[in-house]
Write a protein that binds this ligand. Structure first.
Ligand code: CP
Length: 309
């Protein structure tokens, strides 16, 4: 089986067997990062461009490592030191990069739809590394990979996603993917952070965190986007932590072997206590798995098949 699209723009509409192909292929790449020599020749001669219009630690670094471990040539473009600061448009920037004969452009952009805009205008494969409030598909793939690796399945799991649902591209991509793979998804947060019509995404909506995490197999905490505090979405950080922060007592209400996840970066003591983050979570496993998942994404978009991985 191969991937039907030249790009990875989102999880919405992706078939279960395609999600499974990404996860199975990532599993075959995972051990490359454990070796002394962390390199395979799979994408030798290919050129990958990381084009990030927003800050990133995990996504940008893991895409770079993934490309290098596949033997591709990887270039990072920081928009703050590029001609973007001179007013060059997104399309002109991308077309100039493509003129240097790259194969894959990975883009993070504050505007929802920016990766799709480029995908229809470029021959290169375009990978969405997070666009506005829209989607973060490789984050959802690495999250599902981690759940499947730790719990053995996705079908039938109960996953509670807690926090600023309205502004979270991580939540949106995970909801699409987890529902397709047969998981039950609960979303929980203050009413001001819950998008209208969220029920239409096939999720159960909770405003009380104790109820949301009760019996859950997975608790996925979202970053409180403190930069939005001025918008009056909640009275204060301390109040938010009290009502929607994950602490040991709340973890104890979930399923016995609950997985605690967070995409990072986290606000310690706000949406998650340090105690839970450091001793009862799989947050760093998610980061490790991000490299394997991004290797699989670049490999499959380059026309690879699972048997060749
Ligand atoms: N999870 C995530 O997207 O982290 P970064 O913003 O550091 O890439």
């Amino acid at each position: 089986m191969t991937i039907s699209s030249k790009d990875l723009l989102g999880i919405k509409g992706m078939a279960a067997d395609e999600i499974k192909l990404f996860l199975d292929t990532a599993a075959t790449f995972k051990d490359v990062s454990e070796r002394d020599i962390k390199k395979v020749p799979t994408l030798r001669g290919k050129t990958v461009i990381n084009l990030f219009y927003e800050a990133s630690t995990r996504t940008r670094t893991s895409f770079e490592l993934a490309g290098k471990r596949l033997s591709a040539d990887v270039i990072n473009i920081s928009t703050s030191t590029s001609s973007v600061v001179k007013g060059e448009t997104l399309l002109d920037t991308a077309r100039n990069i493509e003129a240097m004969k790259c194969n894959i452009i990975i883009i993070r952009h504050p505007c929802s739809g920016a990766p799709e805009f480029l995908s229809t205008r470029l021959k290169s494969a375009v990978i969405n590394a997070g666009d506005g409030f829209h989607e973060h598909p490789t984050q959802a793939l690495l999250d599902m990979f981690t759940m499947r690796e730790k719990l053995g399945r996705l079908d039938g799991l109960t996953v509670a996603i807690v926090g600023d649902i309205a502004h979270s591209r991580v939540a949106r991509s995970n909801i699409y993917g987890l529902r397709t793979m047969g998981a039950k998804v609960r979303v929980c947060g203050p009413a001001t952070m819950m998008p209208s019509g969220i029920e239409n995404m096939g999720v159960e909506v909770y405003y009380n965190m104790d109820s949301a995490v009760e019996g859950a197999d997975v608790i996925m905490m979202l970053r409180l986007q403190v930069e939005r505090q001025t918008a009056g979405l909640f009275p204060g950080v301390r109040e938010y932590a009290r009502f929607y922060g994950l602490n040991r007592a709340r973890v104890n209400c979930a399923a016995k072997n609950v997985l605690v996840m967070h995409p990072g970066p986290m606000n310690r003591g706000v949406e998650i206590s340090s105690d839970v983050a450091d001793s009862a979570s799989v947050i760093l496993d998610q980061v490790t798995n991000g490299v394997a998942v991004r290797m699989a994404v670049m490999f499959l978009l380059s026309g690879g098949t699972k048997g060749e991985a």
